[in-house]
Design a protein around this ligand. Structure first.
Ligand code: LRH
Ligand code: MN
Length: 384
């Protein structure tokens, strides 16, 4: 049992987002922090620290144009030298003035063409970096009833998605991300898993859904969505974070570790650990140090996954089959209430890592080094 669990935990691959290493905030304030990267090369160096200390964060998601460089092949080579790879390419059709009334759903065909051109450029960047995954999130929506035709916007969205789908290479796929609201406050054109699923189903196997854990209405049972999409072969990935209220983008597992455990249990139960599901973090460390924030987040996913793998599946199946409600619930709670930190510390030592990545990073002196070196220049951020 432990051997299999350790093997599954060693195979866990958590992708960190380049933008988590830059400055971020809210509409009220973006607090700058010392040592923040000034360019994608420095972001990759910081991401490599997370992988160096956890052993399970070997790729970095890029966001275009926040990570725009002259030579994406050179950036990918730099990543390899650092011991990491380029993961999902994230499109950005939410920050250009032209997109005030939408990007691919905009009533103006010229704006739609502009947005599509950006999405296709992101596929070119996938080709240049060896990335196999395009992540599509659309801020598109309306703020007032009547502002635009809900059905016509779906037609425009479908047209753009079909054009991107046709451009994808053999081993490439796109992940369509949904979000209940914000920045739009009346309709959002991809508001929920059902809408994303329906568009992906219509397109084909290279189109899957990404579940951002901060993008649901309060009270939504996310692990049900996970179980359903996995059963359909349409769960492409996660944007992991946590929230107390809305799209807070806090550290995954920080606000609701039990929810993360329930999600990872459905992932393990549904074969999601072996199905090429992308486990990506999508977070903003507005007030806490960035690299330790990412290390802690990776550890939270590891802990939730270890607990999920500890569930006694046979005992659970027997209790469920026998209608033993409390017995079945107890099997799951026993796993959740198990302290898996010694198991993970042991696993890290067996793979030549320090048992406590947070302590190891703090002792490494890396922060002091970057805080001293990274003087001047423009710190990276959301570029808004
Ligand atoms: C939108 C989102 C999306 C990213 C952005 C950084 O809220 O979750 O995944 O493009 O955050
Ligand atoms: Mn996201």
């Amino acid at each position: 049992m432990t051997t299999d669990i350790k093997a599954a935990l060693r195979a866990l691959h958590i992708e960190t987002p380049s933008w988590a290493y830059g400055n971020s905030g809210t509409r009220f304030k973006v607090f700058a922090q010392r040592g923040v990267p000034r360019d994608p090369y420095e972001k990759l160096a910081d991401a490599a620290q997370v992988h160096a200390h956890t052993g399970v964060a070997p790729t970095v998601a890029l966001h275009i144009p926040w990570d725009k460089v002259a030579d994406y092949g050179h950036l990918a080579a730099h990543a390899r030298e650092l011991g990491v790879g380029i993961g999902a390419i994230n499109s950005n059709v939410f920050q250009d003035d032209a997109y005030m009334l939408g990007s691919v759903t905009n009533p103006d065909p010229a704006v739609r063409r502009k947005a599509l051109a950006h999405l296709l450029e992101c596929v070119d960047i996938m080709d240049a970096t060896g990335s196999a995954t395009l992540k599509l999130w659309f801020s598109d929506g309306t703020n007032y009833p009547g502002q635009d035709d809900i059905r016509a916007r779906q037609d425009r969205l479908a047209e753009a998605l079909a054009a991107v789908y046709a451009r994808l290479g053999g081993d490439q796929r796109f992940l369509l991300e949904y979000k209940l609201f914000e920045p739009a406050f009346y309709t959002t054109d991809v508001p929920d898993w059902g809408t994303a699923y329906a568009h992906c189903l219509r397109l084909g196997p290279k189109a899957q859904v990404v579940v951002d854990t901060g993008h649901h209405a309060p009270g939504v049972n996310i692990e049900f969505i996970v179980a359903f999409l996995l059963r359909e072969g349409k769960l492409g990935g996660f944007d992991f974070n946590s929230r107390f209220y809305a799209d807070d983008d806090l550290m995954v597992g920080a606000a609701d570790p039990f929810q993360l455990f329930r999600i990872m249990y459905e992932v393990a139960r549904g074969g999601g650990l072996e199905a090429g599901v992308a486990f990506m973090l999508d977070q903003c460390h507005n007030i806490e140090p960035k690299i330790p924030g990412q290390i802690r987040s990776v550890m939270n996913v590891q802990e939730a996954t270890a607990k999920a793998l500890l569930v006694d599946r046979d005992a659970l199946a027997a209790a469920q089959a026998g209608g033993d409600v409390l017995g079945a619930n107890a099997v799951l709670m026993d796993a959740y209430n198990t302290d898996v930190r010694p198991l993970l510390a042991e696993l890290r030592q067996e793979t030549g890592l320090a048992p406590d990545p947070m302590a190891a990073y703090a002792k490494s002196g890396y922060f002091e080094k970057i805080a001293a070196e990274r003087i001047g220049g423009t710190q990276a951020g959301w570029g808004a």
